[in-house]
Design a protein around this ligand. Structure first.
Ligand code: FES
Ligand code: FES
Length: 163
């Protein structure tokens, strides 16, 4: 039996992607297995852990819960797209400064959830940061360092805008 396919075109980390993929393939499989961008992790596979978080049209979403076909026409950002001119962005730098990474498995998802928040709101409240992180499970770092990193990245962003 031949597998049904769907044609999709979308922007991934500022590059146009044109693909024919099986209709039931997940966005996570396309990103990791077809396109080889393995920064996005597969943890639970059922929308519980946030390891697979990507940003689609500005919204943080679980790639394991999306069909790849839903990416058609969208602008998609993965952790590989965060660096700017070959350098880590402010949020990534703050994670390093605050030792907010241990095994690193959750880190791409955490970065993408908080990146989406900061793109929408350069100076979120503590509660807004906690809410943005609420879908991301970290088993080893502890959330305080992650929270502090995001808080500091916000201060930097606000200073950039004011300065
Ligand atoms: Fe998608 Fe866990 S792998 S939420
Ligand atoms: Fe290990 Fe978060 S750094 S799960």
């Amino acid at each position: 039996m031949t597998q049904k396919t769907v044609h999709i075109e979308f922007i991934l980390n500022n590059e146009t992607m044109v693909l024919d993929i099986p209709t039931r393939m997940s966005a996570l499989s396309v990103i990791r297995d077809v396109l080889g961008l393995t920064g996005t992790k597969e943890g639970c596979g059922v929308g519980e852990c946030g390891a697979c978080t990507i940003v689609v049209d500005g919204q943080a979403v679980n790639a394991c819960l999306m069909f790849a076909g839903q990416l058609d026409g969208c602008a998609v950002l993965t952790v590989e797209g965060l660096e700017q001119k070959g350098k880590l962005n402010t949020l990534q730098e703050k994670f390093l400064d605050n030792h907010a990474v241990q095994c690193g498995f959750c880190t791409p998802g955490v970065l993408m959830s908080t990146h989406a928040l900061l793109e929408e709101n350069t100076n979120p409240s503590d509660n807004e940061i906690v809410k943005a992180l609420s879908g991301n499970i970290c088993r080893c770092t502890g959330y305080q360092q992650i929270f502090s990193s995001v808080r500091e990245a916000c201060s930097n962003k606000t200073e950039d805008l004011n300065g």
